[in-house]
Design a protein around this ligand. Structure first.
Ligand SMILES: [Mg+2]
Length: 220
């Protein structure tokens, strides 16, 4: 998703414990991960945003032909046969967070994040969305953790993620946009790619396709 502007960057409650860590650029292996140095993307990892996109296309424009598997690139104009203007309107509804078409969590995400958050003393979410509040409220509603244990940073750009993650001592980041994974890896952060139809290109990163797998990877 596109956007610009940088929201406030509050302090990660768990970042003070970030001295223990995996080496920069190290691969992600079970047993080697300090939970205080892990952070998460939201759309396409925790939130089933593309399902909401498809539902909004149907609701707003009576577009019935979109299928999840058709979303084969992150740039929706390249893979979906709908107009750029329609894509823009749908994305604005998604970013706004007040649409009647619900944004649902990906299966297992709330429960696993709650367990991780309790063990780590907090969870950090870093999104490229331009506005923090709507997605922060959504996370507070769906993840059974105290709001104080959840920190949300909205960078307003994909490129902005690296700097935020480095500043907060993050070593492992769960992400669904493959281009971002390459950028993060170059900056010394180990990406874990959440498998989606839009990231099916070759890559060297650790890959997961469920929250059960994320839990096994991080909690072992
Ligand atoms: Mg994402």
């Amino acid at each position: 998703m596109r956007g610009s502007g940088v929201a406030a960057v509050p302090t990660h409650p768990a970042s003070g414990a970030g001295a223990r860590s995996t080496a920069p650029g190290a691969g992600v292996g079970a047993g080697s991960i300090d939970l205080a140095t892990v952070a998460f993307d939201v759309d396409g990892v925790i939130a089933d945003t593309m399902v909401q996109f498809i539902d909004l296309a149907r609701e707003l424009f009576s577009i019935e032909h979109l299928r999840y598997q058709d979303i084969t690139t992150y740039n929706l104009e390249d893979c979906l046969n709908i107009s750029p203007r329609q894509i823009e309107v749908i994305i604005e509804h998604i970013l706004d967070g007040r649409s009647a078409v619900p944004l649902l969590p990906i299966h297992g995400a709330p429960e696993v994040l709650a367990r991780l958050g309790r063990r780590a003393g907090g969870v950090l979410f870093v999104t490229a969305r331009p506005r923090r509040e709507p997605i922060e409220e959504w996370l507070h509603r769906h993840i059974p953790l105290a709001p104080e244990a959840m920190e949300v940073v909205a960078t307003g750009s994909f490129e902005g993620k690296l700097e935020v993650l480095q500043a907060k001592g993050v070593k492992v980041f769960v992400e669904d946009r493959l281009e971002t994974c390459f950028t993060l890896a170059q900056g010394g952060i180990a990406p874990v790619l959440y498998r989606q139809p839009w990231n099916r290109q070759p890559h060297p990163f650790r890959e997961v396709d469920s929250w059960a797998q994320i839990e096994r990877l991080l909690m072992c």
